[in-house]
Design a protein around this ligand. Structure first.
Ligand SMILES: Cc1cc2nc3c(=O)[nH]c(=O)nc-3n(C[C@H](O)[C@H](O)[C@H](O)COP(=O)(O)OP(=O)(O)OC[C@H]3O[C@@H](n4cnc5c(N)ncnc54)[C@H](O)[C@@H]3O)c2cc1C
Length: 629
């Protein structure tokens, strides 16, 4: 049981965003009583969280993820997909692939144009600086931070194959630049190959929000029963719903993992919050809690027999992600390789342990993601993309030169609950992958480009046939000189100036079929409690308050009203910093007058004999009065 009966602020979910807000609130006012209720376990100093190369072990660990299986989709030829979301303290920041990319400035400006004052790039870029220490010397201080908690570097190792990829890209792709020193994350640069990672170059450790906002707090205790701290983290418990007094959120109902066997639950408990309840359970968790609390569309709530409290049809809608297609190739024997570490083989880890522990370097301080690019097509390439994409290009991309293609799938999905009471029940979920024709055009183009690059690398030894389209054996696209199967893979690279593979209509169809059979998540779920006007399907306003209710906010990636052209952790960090400012303001922590007065009262109390303490009552009342409600 947590120590207090009543908290000032209760968080449902202890992921990426929640750790930032809770950690910063605690630092701003250590007397605040804060409870985080998190579905997963602690991640403190566990190797599969903090050693960057182990992130795939973590993906395999049953306890650190929740798995969401979609309905079967016509657009995927009847296939369903599984989208995992993080389930541990630190959330996605503690389990993700450590890729550091930032949104385009125009993404945040688009958010602001929807009516969200204070959410444009001019407001959010400073917060993106505040949260980070950019350890790469070439970063511009106008867009990168030098003193924030989250460390960003190139990681502790440069692989030979990563270097070779960049060299090949530089020689082959003359339209674009390759550079490890170029800043590809300044909110506007596109068409430059490079990479940055959430790895501390000093320690070689993953840089996540649990370790850098919560676990590092002075006197913080993992066990709330033992804690003398005012910030408590209760792990392995799930929030079922918010409880209200009239329209005011006064706490949450939660259950422990052990309480649940199948559909039945033992007695739920209540954590009271006198000042604020914050839902921070991510793009799947937060809309589910709202729906179980009676907030959502009449139809969705009626299906699970939940009485509606507030009619918000946008809850669980507007699901966005990015589309993934991994095409595997074989590499020469001398290529640096993380296969052993990825497979969880401890013997493969051992040779690298000393270097990581002593110098924060070596393969363990790396994630095998050696390069990336925010791509935009040349005018010639635009023709290759076909008519479905061309229309989108005209309507959406031409006016936003900082937006990479492939980062804004047009298909938008949904996630809704199937049980009124069980927070472990599967969701009714459809990400709608590839249900818009432009989405498949862009992936097809990316597949072809990647193939041309891969087969020009010195270490190229062919394709792993099972991970590629099934071209007809007579097609030039399946020529064994370009597509050796795993059995006949001994073919090496082609010349840099070899002609591009020509694809017939039948080949294109084979790629479409392959994409429908393999497309998956990039784990970038967002948008399901969108920050928009209520009339346009919004769930929260621009201060993150849930419409129609008091003392209830949502703060996580579910509030993103539109997708961003990047991996999403950075946007989660920015939302965390912004939400902290809004909440601190609501609680009166940012008000300099209130702060001064509070300090004066505290000093006065300390210096007064107990008998005269009643005389501070009037001051306290003044203090309460000037605090914004
Ligand atoms: C496998 C994976 C790889 C990724 N790779 C990258 C990458 O390389 N680069 C990048 O930028 N981004 C990446 N991302 C995305 C990024 O990490 C996420 O977008 C971001 O962390 C989301 O933050 P959040 O706070 O919205 O949600 P989360 O961090 O997911 O936090 C939500 C938390 O709420 C908890 N929760 C859910 N329901 C309940 C409930 N009912 N009660 C209590 N707790 C609950 C969950 O357990 C979770 O800990 C990846 C994500 C994943 C999962």
């Amino acid at each position: 049981m947590p120590l207090f009966d009543r908290y000032d602020v209760v968080f449902a979910g202890g992921g990426t965003v929640a750790c930032i807000i809770a950690g910063r609130l605690t630092q701003a006012d250590p007397s605040l009583k804060i409870l985080i209720i998190e579905a997963g376990s602690h991640s403190f100093n566990l190797h599969h969280h903090v050693q960057p190369a182990r992130y795939l072990n973590s993906l395999g660990e049953g306890h650190t993820f929740s798995h969401h299986t979609s309905v079967r989709s016509e657009a995927l030829d009847g296939r369903s997909v599984c989208v995992p979301s993080a389930c541990c303290v630190g959330g996605g920041s503690a389990v993700n692939f450590l890729m550091y990319t930032r949104a385009s400035a125009s993404d945040y400006d688009d958010w602001e144009k929807l009516g969200n004052a204070g959410w444009g790039s001019s407001s959010l870029i400073p917060l993106s600086r505040k949260v980070e220490t950019y350890q790469i010397p070439s970063g511009s201080p106008s867009v990168h931070g030098l003193t924030g908690p989250i460390k960003v570097s190139h990681g502790g190792h440069e692989t030979n194959i990563g270097k070779e990829f960049l060299e090949t890209a530089g020689q082959y792709d003359k339209e674009r630049r390759t550079s490890l020193s170029a800043d590809i994350n300044d909110f506007e640069t596109i068409n430059v190959y490079g990479v940055s990672l959430y790895i501390d170059s000093q320690t070689g450790k993953r840089s996540d929000t649990a370790h850098h906002f919560v676990y590092n707090l002075e006197n913080f205790d993992l066990d709330p029963n033992e804690s003398k701290h005012n910030l408590h983290v209760l792990t392995n418990h799930r929030v079922v719903k918010v409880i209200f007094q009239n329209n005011r959120a006064i706490g949450v109902e939660y259950v422990s993992h052990e309480d649940v066997s199948g559909q039945t639950q033992s007695q739920p408990r209540i954590a009271y919050a006198s000042r604020l309840v914050v839902l921070s359970s991510g793009a799947f968790g937060s809309p589910a809690i709202l729906e179980r609390s009676g907030i959502g569309s009449a139809k969705c709530l009626a299906e699970v027999d939940v009485r509606q409290i507030v009619d918000l049809p946008g809850v669980g809608e507007n699901y966005n992600d990015h589309n993934r297609c991994f095409a595997p190739y074989l590499a020469s024997e001398d290529s640096d390789c993380l296969d052993g570490i990825f497979s969880g083989d401890e013997e493969a880890v051992k040779p690298h342990l000393k270097e990581w522990e002593e110098g924060g370097s070596g393969l363990l301080a790396h994630n095998s993601i050696d390069a990336g690019i925010k791509l935009r097509p040349t005018s010639e390439e635009l023709e290759e993309l076909g008519p479905a994409f061309k229309q989108l290009w005209e309507d959406f991309y031409v006016g936003a030169p900082d937006k990479p293609v492939a980062a804004y799938p047009q298909a938008v999905g949904y996630t809704h609950i199937t049980s009124a009471t069980n927070p472990w029940a599967p969701l009714r979920f459809d990400p709608k992958y590839l249900s818009h024709p432009a989405d498949i055009s862009i992936l097809k183009w990316c597949y072809k480009r990647g193939r041309e690059l891969a087969r020009r690398m010195r270490s190229y030894r062919g394709e792993i046939a099972a991970g590629h389209p099934k071209f007809h054996s007579t097609s030039s696209a399946s020529d064994s000189s370009t597509t050796a199967s795993i059995d006949s893979f001994r073919s090496g690279p082609v010349d840099m100036d070899a002609p591009k593979i020509v694809y017939s209509t039948e080949d294109d169809k084979a790629i479409d079929d392959y994409l429908k059979a393999t497309v998956g998540t990039t784990w970038h779920s967002l948008g399901t409690c969108a920050m928009r006007s209520r009339e346009s399907g919004g769930v929260v306003d621009s201060r993150l308050n849930v419409y129609g209710l008091v003392n209830l906010k949502v703060a996580d990636l579910s509030i993103a009203p539109l997708n961003v052209g990047a991996n999403t952790n950075n946007t989660a960090l920015v939302i965390g910093e912004k939400a902290f400012l809004l909440i601190a303001e609501d609680l009166g922590l940012n008000d300099p007058l209130a702060k001064l007065l509070k300090k004066a009262i505290e000093m006065k109390i300390k210096s007064m004999p107990v008998s005269s303490l009643s005389s501070v009552k009037v001051d306290v009342e003044v203090f309460n009065f000037i605090k914004p409600s």
